[in-house]
Every structure is written in C-alpha cells, then in structure tokens.
Design a protein around this ligand. Structure first.
Ligand code: URA
Length: 251
C-alpha cells in the first residue's frame, strides 16, 4: 500500500483560529498503520470506483483500511491520508462532522485540532464521555487550497459528500447507533440528503431511514469563528444543550 504520509508530513499547518480556548500543540504524525490481510482485501474491493453492492465493508477495521485507498472522488490526491471514524463499534451515539481538518489529516484521527478541542470541552460539560461515542466525518479526506505553504480548508461539495456517503453508511450499519448527531450543515446534508436550517431544527429528534434518531447542531468550527465573545459564549451554551439532548436521547 502506498504510504502518502511521508510525502506531505512537512507541510505547514494552517494558522490556528483565535477563539475562546487555547489550541493544543499540533498532533504528532501517526505511525503507519497496517491492516490485517483480510481487512486489506475487503478494503481493496470497497475502495474501487463505482458501486459495490455486494462488497460493503463489514468491520471498522475494513473501513479504516478502505478509506486509505478510496478513489470514489478526487480528494484522496492531495490529502495525506483518509481519516475514518473512531470509537466503540457498539456506541449508542454517533457524531458526524464535515471532513478532517489540517491537523486531523496529519494525525489520521477525527476532531483532534482546534475544533476537536472545542468539541471535547462541550462534551465534558454535557456529561457525555467522548470515548463512549463514535466520532466520524461526512467526508474522509481533507479538502483544501494551497496558499503559499498554508493549507486552507475548503468545504466539500455535494458530489464529494455523495461519493463519501458509502463510508458513512457502512459505519452506520456496523455501529448501529441509536442517535446520530450532525455537526453542521455538511453533516446534515450527508445524513438527511437535503440542506437543513440548523438553528430551526436543533433540539429535535428526527427520524432517519435506519431507525436511528437524528439530531442537528452547530459545527464546533462555527463557534470558533464567531468574532464576538458574547455571541460565542451563547452559541457554546446552545451547543452544550444540544449534546446533552442527544446524549439523553441515546441513553
Ligand atoms: N472538522 C470536522 O468536521 N471534522 C474534523 O475531524 C475536524 C474538524
């Protein structure tokens, strides 16, 4: 398997977004991970172009290996690696973000950068232990634009979200959470198949096709970007309320 990590590991991280909370240091580059031969074969089958109705991954390991070799859209070309979700295979609560950011792309783990720290802090206040939840993204590769040496986040388009839904659906089938929380508009699009107004739809249990309940809330990066301290504190409090709501719903 080609290891793309070393080719891009020396890229400068994007500037940290000024916000309420001090960002942690950039995570160290993850050590190369080798899937079992079985997971490797399953990943190869699942990651080719086109639809594979009979060969969907059946374990989280197969998904983790599969996103590394995914060619379902073009985003793999510029990313360091694919970032699959992480958490217990039987988590009752699943969170879906947008896509890995700069630090997640280097670390190979979801929500470990500034947005992840905001998310961790809100989870702690909501009384929802992150290690009892499954955390993933709608799109598994980092989409960015190079400005000089900086990698500037770009939102995935509807086609990229649709192409990556294969992996999200496989994660949903394996984990079978009771509740799935869409963090922001891209995740809501991936889960519900249409744009939703987050401000209007939050704090509601919405039915999803696989019997899970869906909940929508803000993306932690949105909170980080709010320029006004009062607005930021208010949005953070609402975010915590939404996480509490989802955690109780999943109980
Ligand atoms: N933003 C996301 O949507 N997901 C991550 O993993 C990190 C930042």
């Amino acid at each position: 398997m080609t290891n793309q990590i070393s080719r891009r590991g020396n890229l400068a991280p994007t500037p940290l977004i000024p916000g309420l909370f001090a960002p942690a240091e950039a995570p160290a580059m993850a050590a190369p991970w080798t899937p079992s031969p079985r997971a490797f074969r399953a990943a190869q089958r699942a990651s080719r172009d086109g639809s594979y109705n009979g060969d969907a991954p059946t374990t989280l390991e197969e998904i983790k290996a599969g996103v590394q070799m995914c060619r379902r859209c073009h985003l793999y070309r510029d990313a360091t690696q694919g970032v699959a979700g992480e958490g217990p295979a039987r988590a009752r609560l699943m969170f879906v973000g947008e896509q890995p950011g700069d630090q997640e792309d280097l670390a190979g783990r979801p929500f470990v950068g500034p947005a992840g720290q905001m998310f961790d802090r809100a989870l702690a206040q909501a009384g929802a232990p992150r290690d009892q939840t499954y955390v993933t993204n709608a799109v598994k590769h980092f989409k960015y634009e190079l400005r000089g040496k900086k990698r500037i986040h770009q939102s995935p388009n509807a086609g990229e979200v649709a192409a990556c839904r294969w992996w999200l659906e496989a994660e949903r089938r394996i984990v079978r959470p009771r509740v799935i929380v869409a963090l922001g508009a891209t995740a809501a699009l991936a889960l519900f198949g249409k744009p939703l107004a987050i401000g209007k739809m939050r704090q509601q249990a919405l039915q999803l096709s696989d019997q899970a309940q869906g909940v929508v809330t803000y993306h932690p990066s949105y909170l980080l970007r709010l320029p006004d301290a009062d607005a930021k504190a208010e949005a953070f409090a609402m975010f915590v309320e939404d996480l509490k709501f989802a955690w109780k719903l999943a109980a």
